[in-house]
Design a protein around this ligand. Structure first.
Ligand SMILES: [Zn+2]
Length: 262
């Protein structure tokens, strides 16, 4: 509601392409956008993360376990029901958004540790799992993962993205096409995560590794052991976008824990 109230009174002049020239609407110059904040024209997104940790804590099992999946779906449904109720009360469309979380994963993990202590398998990592995702360290094949996560995308109408981690697929384009076709047939929005690294010192163009140095995670060229980040090109999808910025310790740990799905 803070966000909503903050937007009230905003004039269309703030972003003419959006509000005057048709990207979102064709309002007059100097006209407030207020009427577009109601009645389903726009939504307020409620980001969530850590469905995996929630279900693991409540049921003792990962949400991929058939005995725990119904509870996971119930949690998602409850959040959607809350949005529907608030919409009925306010005429504002709230929507559940599987947030990419980016660097906030570390902040949230630290907040949970502070509030609840270290609970094995729940708060003992420096990151929490994005949105409804299968835990990054869980062994699961690409097709099963996509099929499973598709059911959660339906309950994440404000935004959702799934991915599968793949090795270098340059010599197996048939497999890439097969995964693409599967995505098209089974899930709304999904992507392949691959690596595109380069060491400027020795020219190595394989995967740059994450190694532990005195409790700290650092990036290192496996060939020449260069650790100078200004001479390493590392690109990873954190969730929503591919970044090259060298992430905080929590996100780096999450990237290190990722298993391949193909
Ligand atoms: Zn190198």
């Amino acid at each position: 509601m803070c966000r909503h109230n903050r937007l009230k009174g905003t004039l269309s002049d703030a972003a003419p392409i959006l509000w005057q020239y048709g990207a979102c609407a064709r309002l007059k110059k100097g006209e407030p956008i207020d009427k577009l904040l109601y009645g389903g024209y726009s939504t307020i997104s409620l980001g969530y993360a850590g469905l995996y940790e929630c279900v693991k804590y409540m049921t003792g099992k990962p949400h991929t376990d058939p005995s725990a999946t119904p509870f996971a779906l119930e949690v998602m449904q409850r959040m959607n029901d809350a949005c529907a109720q608030w919409k009925a009360e306010t005429n504002i469309s709230f929507s559940i958004y599987g947030t990419p979380l980016e660097s906030t994963t570390y902040k949230f993990a630290k907040c949970l540790q502070k509030r609840f202590g270290i609970i094995p398998g729940i708060t003992d990592r420096n990151y929490i799992t994005n949105s409804y995702h299968v835990h990054v360290s869980e062994e699961i094949d690409a097709f099963t993962k996509l099929k499973f996560e598709a059911d959660f995308q339906k309950l994440s109408p404000g935004g959702a993205i799934s991915y599968v981690e793949v090795p270098n697929m340059q010599d197996n384009l048939e497999a890439v096409i097969q995964v693409m076709q599967f995505i098209y047939d089974n899930i709304m929005y999904a992507e392949l995560n691959t690596k595109s690294d380069y060491c400027q010192v020795c020219g190595y163009d394989g995967e740059i590794s994450i190694v532990e140095d005195d409790g700290k995670l650092v990036w290192e060229c496996p060939k020449c052991h260069n650790r100078d980040q200004s001479k390493l090109n590392v690109a990873r999808r954190t969730c929503g976008y591919i970044g090259t910025q060298f992430w905080n310790q929590g996100r780096t740990q999450e990237i290190k824990d990722r298993v391949l799905h193909l």
